[in-house]
Design a protein around this ligand. Structure first.
Ligand SMILES: O=C(O)CCC(=O)C(=O)O
Length: 258
């Protein structure tokens, strides 16, 4: 599966593109089951019910190190091929994964932001692959984008606790990107995006793998506080250590299987 020329143009023009479904229902069910098993474990560790736990914690990272299903998922061949073609690089490396959940009645707005200003990575040669586990509609917390705003370049990191960005007359150009379960939104690390709360009675979970060009280097001066800095065992300006930042298998070249 390669992106079509129109999908590549759309990613370059708008800063995002939704493709798929790329992940089939069996694999999706495996990811949902794996996540729910992890939730039960984490809730038990905190000695709270899983229902209570879900209303309080909404974002997790490093799932690929916690459960085999996510370790396999980060090497998903179709996603790897599309992401590599959209970035136009030879090899991808995982910066990190995360899962964001907006449970019914217990979610809030993720304000407008760009991702890259928060990352200790030397160049904005990276993208997020936002895999919908449940489907997402405008009223269940779908991602919204400001098409083309990535081409205005990197801006200072937003303050997530301050007021949401006011786009002025440009606000009318913002678009919601509803997706089915199994579809993936690929978005450039300089894209501007936000998500509203989930107003439905359905879950809205997304598993997000952030891939960078494997030639990117660790740049703590770009973001000294990022949690991933703790996992780095190389020096500034060096390639990220592959034990915690795995290079992604190329299904078309590599022999190793999951
Ligand atoms: O899933 C969400 O609601 C927000 C996702 C996001 O900000 C991202 O993928 O960078």
């Amino acid at each position: 599966m390669l992106p079509t020329p129109e999908q590549i143009r759309s990613f370059q023009r708008d800063g995002f593109v939704a493709i798929g479904p790329l992940v089939d229902e069996t694999a999706l069910a495996g990811l949902r089951d794996a996540f729910e098993a992890l939730e039960r474990r984490w809730a038990a560790e905190l000695d709270v019910t899983v229902e209570r736990y879900r209303t309080v914690v909404s974002q997790w990272t490093g799932l690929w190190e916690q459960h085999h299903a996510f370790a396999v998922q980060i090497h998903h061949p179709a996603i790897e091929r599309v992401a590599r073609a959209l970035l136009g690089v030879e090899r991808l490396q995982l910066f990190h994964d995360h899962l964001i959940s907006k449970p019914p009645a217990h979610s809030s707005t993720v304000p407008w932001h760009q991702d890259y200003p928060f990352w200790p990575v030397n160049a904005p040669r990276a993208l997020s692959c936002w895999l919908s586990l449940d489907g997402a509609t405008a009223d269940s917390g779908a991602l919204h984008f400001m098409p083309g705003a990535h081409r205005d370049g990197e801006k200072p990191p937003v303050d997530f606790l301050a007021h949401n960005k006011d786009w002025g007359p440009r606000a009318k150009d913002a678009v919601a990107v509803p997706v089915e379960a199994g579809q993936v939104i690929f978005h450039d690390c300089l894209s501007w995006h936000y998500s509203p709360p989930n107003h439905t009675d359905r879950p809205r979970r997304a598993f997000i793998a952030i891939y960078m060009d494997a030639d990117c280097r660790w740049a703590p001066a770009h973001s000294g506080w990022h949690p991933m800095n703790e996992l780095v065992s190389v020096g500034p300006g060096e390639h990220f250590n592959t034990d915690r930042f795995p290079t992604i298998r190329r299904a078309d070249l590599d022999e190793a299987s999951p």
